[in-house]
Design a protein around this ligand. Sequence first.
Ligand code: SF4
Ligand code: SF4
Length: 80
Amino acid sequence: METECILCGGCADICPVDCIEILPLTALSISQKSFRQISARDNTTLRMDERYILIQYNDLCIRCGLCVQRCPVGTFVMED
Ligand code: SF4
Ligand code: SF4
């Protein structure tokens, strides 16, 4: 991913095979230690219940490129 995702949901909406999910971080089993490391890396003080994660199931992706076209901030890129 190239630029910061604004979690608009456009890519998940347009994906024809439903291989993109946006979930609250609390939906994942993340230890407090791992969460502190993620927060430090992302330089944020947001709580776990204020953060979301975008998951792309790469093995399901058919490389149609629709998410790339839909993304308003250029988060997704596709290369040969
Ligand atoms: S390129 Fe993959 S992730 Fe993106 S919309 Fe198409 S199938 Fe979904
Ligand atoms: S379309 Fe782009 S900005 Fe919107 S949720 Fe998907 S990756 Fe994030």
